[in-house]
Write a protein that binds this ligand. Structure first.
Ligand code: HEC
Length: 155
């Protein structure tokens, strides 16, 4: 009985910890050493909207790869390829003062994520769909998502 009670208390303690950690804003963490990109709220909104599109495209890649539907993938990711993406002038301006971080940003963004979308587009146009190659490139893509999110943030 006592042992049972201990488990219940422990359970609540853990639950409480998880809930508290979940509602604490990330920025109060002393360990958050990410580079802050300071741009207007309009540009931030633009980047975030593009990010949500990126997440949706990722979902399409996974679902349609399973179905072998390359044309749906090609269509969904077209705006995210190096030729489709528009870029954010204010971010380019901001990074002029931080050449090293600018290089990292471009390696993760244009030469990383967007270039991977180019390769995914090429793969998507070949029938039958090479599912294994697609999965491999999707893994590469996810590496750029997490790499950039671990490096940069916005205020
Ligand atoms: C070149 C850098 C970079 C890459 C690559 C990148 N992101 Fe982001 N992403 C950001 C930044 C910066 C933010 C804003 C985060 C913040 O404010 O802390 C963000 C935010 C987001 C958000 C939150 C949007 C919102 O409405 O708040 C989502 C979802 C997201 N990214 C998905 C993705 C996915 C999926 C990928 C990979 C396919 C990806 N991102 C790749 C830089 C990047």
């Amino acid at each position: 009985m006592v042992r049972k009670a201990v488990w219940v208390v422990l359970g609540f303690a853990c639950f409480g910890f998880v809930v508290t950690a979940g509602i604490m804003p990330l920025k109060v963490s002393a360990e958050d050493a990410r580079f802050v990109i300071e741009v207007s709220s309009e540009t931030q909104e633009g980047v975030k909207a593009e990010m949500v599109d990126t997440l949706l495209a990722l979902q399409t890649i996974v679902n349609k790869t399973l179905e072998g539907d390359g044309s749906a993938i090609a269509e969904a990711i077209k705006p995210l390829t190096t030729s489709g993406v528009r870029g954010h002038p204010e971010i380019r301006m901001f990074f002029r003062n931080y050449p090293d971080m600018s290089t990292v940003w471009r390696q993760m963004g244009r030469y990383g994520m967007h270039a991977t979308f180019d390769r995914i587009e090429s793969l998507a146009l070949i029938q039958p769909l090479d599912k294994e190659a697609m999965l491999e490139e999707t893994g590469t893509l996810l590496g750029y998502c997490s790499g950039c999110h671990m490096t940069f943030t916005m205020p």
